[in-house]
Design a protein around this ligand. Sequence first.
Ligand code: DHB
Length: 370
Amino acid sequence: MHLQGIDTVVLEQRSREYVLGRIRAGVLEHGFADLMRTAQCGDRMDAEGEIHDGFFIAYNGTKRRVDLKKYSGGSSVVVYGQTELTRDLYEARVKLNGVVIHNAEDVKPHDITSKAPYLTYRKGDDIHRVDCEFIIGADGFHGVSRKSIPDDVLNEFERTYPFGWLGVLSRTKPVSPELIYARHERGFALCSLRSQVLSRYYIQVPLTDSVEDWSDEDFWTELKHRLPNDVADQLITGPSIEKSIAPLRSFVAEPMRYGNMFLAGDSAHIVPPTGARGLNSAASDIFYLYHAMMDYYKKGDEKGLEEYSGKALARVWKAQRFSWWMTMMLHRFPDQITYDGRLQDTELEYLFSSETALGSLAENYVGLPF
Ligand code: DHB
C-alpha cells in the first residue's frame, strides 16, 4: 500500500526485538511468495528460501512421499521462516520511511462504524490518537480488534485439541531435505527445517506438559521413537536454541468486517499448525484487502471492501478444513478408541492409493487459488 502512495501507520504492542525473537511457521504457499515479490520484499526469500516440491508422511515404520509438484499441476512451496519474512518486511518499511510505532499499549479503536474512525494508544504516560479511514485489525487472537465487535454481530466457532506441539530449533543438519510428518502410536512428530544447517522439530505432547519437563535429551529420544528406524538412525542431534510449546486450536470469527475495521489473520482465525496454513491464511486475507483497498483508492470502487469478509472467510474455512483433516489423521488422541486408529490408517492407505486423494492434499498444501 505504501508503494501505491497510501499512507499507513502500524501500531505494534511489542518491541521489534521481541517480534523478531519469536520462532513461528516456515512454509509459504507459492501465492504468498508472489505477494511478497509484489510488495518488493521477496529478494532474500528468493535467495535464501528453499523451493520444496514434496514432503513425506511417515507411518507404520516407513515413509511415503507426496509429490506436490506432480499432483498440484506444477506448484511448490517455499520453506522460509516467518521470523525472516518479518525481518524483511521491517527492513522494507524502514527503507520507505514507513511508520511503525512499537510498544504501543492500550490500543483502542473508536467510532469504527463512522466515516472517521480513530485509534488511541498509550506510550509511556502519553495517550496518542491516530485518525484514519480504515482500521486493519491484524492484532492476533488476543488483540483488541475482534473484541471491539459487538456480541450480537460477532459469531465465533471453535475447537480445541487435547494436546500441544513441543518445538525445538537446533543448529543441526536436517534429517531430511524435505519435511516429514510422522504418525505414531506414541504421538505425532514433524521434522521441518529453516535451512540446510537449521532444523525445526516438533512432537505432540499432553497439554499438561511444560517446556521445563523436556530436557534436550528427552526430546531427541522421544522424537526418534516416533520416526521410522532408518530416519531415526540418521537424526543429528544438538543443543536446542529455542524450545516452546504451542496448544492446538481451530477458531473462526465472522464477519471479518465491522464498519470500517477489517480483521485479518489470527484476530479472525486460528488453525492447528498441521499443514502450515496459519501464516498463509493471514497472507490471503492481506491479498484480498490489498486489492480491495487499491480498487477503492484508485477507482473509487467499494465492491472489494464490501465483498472482503465473504471472500476471505470462504478461503479461511477451506484452510480450517484442511488443517483439521491433517490434524485428525496424524495425531494420537488421548480418548482414541481402536476404531479411530484403524480409520487413521485407512485414511493414509487411501491417500497413497489414490491420485485423486493426493491431488486434493497437494492443491491444499501448495495453497488454493485466491
Ligand atoms: C512447520 C510448521 C508446520 O505446522 C508445518 O506443517 C510445517 C512446518 C515449521 O514450523 O517448520
